[in-house]
Design a protein around this ligand. Structure first.
Ligand SMILES: NC(=O)c1ccc[n+]([C@@H]2O[C@H](COP(=O)([O-])OP(=O)(O)OC[C@H]3O[C@@H](n4cnc5c(N)ncnc54)[C@H](OP(=O)(O)O)[C@@H]3O)[C@@H](O)[C@H]2O)c1
Length: 247
């Protein structure tokens, strides 16, 4: 029986992934700050799910994960999914605490956890799936910090592959466009109506779409590495450049 460690299993993609992998016969370790949600998921999924509540910004907690005893310590797949975005206000008008939380979660925590689990992943010829975003590639107003962290995740994933050459460990950067989760509610500081307006009538991707993609990646033959996957809902597309003119 294989084991997946999913960061951010209290909502969105991570929660859907926990359900998908446990239904598929895997054990899943789910993390996040909201312990009560993890406990509820454990009630639903049973002994195949291990709740591990901690904050991705807590470097000590992350390092302790390398001490996880078997059977839970035998992680085959690390799904680096926990992440968030600051508001889309101009940089100078965005609270420093919000910016710092995003960088520490999306970048520092992700690197720390990956580093802590790498020896075990190498031992087991495991797999790493990192959540980047289309924001890594396509700039938009108000996206500087979030997009910067996701561009880091994309490049980190590609370069990590170089480090891991010859180990059999696979690494993929998953780069989604708009999916309706709690992402925009968190980004707007709890404004559910703003989130509803953003996704209204545009048929966004769902957490289930992403869980299906993770499942596909996890079940590819071991000689195959998907480096990056970029996906969007059909109703999302690209805009042009902004041109400012005098007068
Ligand atoms: N939804 C989209 O349109 C979209 C598009 C591209 C990429 N992504 C990326 O996909 C990933 C999942 O997003 P989602 O849409 O599923 O968002 P979501 O519904 O808001 O879920 C985010 C998860 O991350 C966890 N998390 C956030 N900060 C954390 C921290 N400091 N410590 C521990 N866990 C933390 C949350 O858990 P707690 O709050 O309980 O800690 C939650 O479980 C993120 O990396 C996001 O950037 C999303």
């Amino acid at each position: 029986m294989k084991t997946i460690l999913i960061t951010g299993a209290t909502a969105g993609f991570g929660e859907a992934a926990a359900r998908k992998f446990v239904a598929g016969g895997w054990k899943a370790i789910g993390t996040g700050r909201r312990e009560e949600r993890l406990k509820k998921l454990q009630e639903e999924l049973g002994d195949a799910f291990l709740p591990l509540a901690f904050d991705m910004r807590d470097v000590g907690a992350i390092h302790r994960l390398s001490d996880l005893a078997p059977p839970w310590g035998e992680v085959d797949l690390l799904l680096n999914n926990a992440g968030l975005a600051p508001p889309t206000d101009p940089l100078a008008e965005t609270d420093w605490e919000r910016i710092e939380a995003v960088i520490h979660t999306n970048v520092t925590g992700l690197v720390g956890l990956t580093r802590a689990l790498l020896p075990k992943l190498i031992e087991r010829k495991g797999q790493i799936i990192n959540l980047s975003s289309v924001a890594a590639t396509y700039p938009y107003k108000g996206g500087a910090v979030y997009a910067g962290t996701k561009a880091f995740v994309r490049q980190f994933s590609l370069d990590l592959r170089s480090d891991l050459a010859g180990t059999g460990v696979r690494v993929t950067s998953v780069e989604p466009g708009m999916a309706e989760t709690e992402f925009t509610i968190v980004r707007t500081g709890g404004d559910k109506e703003a989130s509803d307006r953003l996704y209204a009538g545009m048929n966004p991707m769902t957490s289930g779409d992403l869980a299906d993609l993770f499942w596909w990646l996890a079940n590819l033959p071991p000689h195959l590495n998907i480096n990056t996957v970029e996906l969007m809902p059909v109703s999302q597309s690209f805009a042009g450049f902004t041109v400012t003119r005098e007068g």
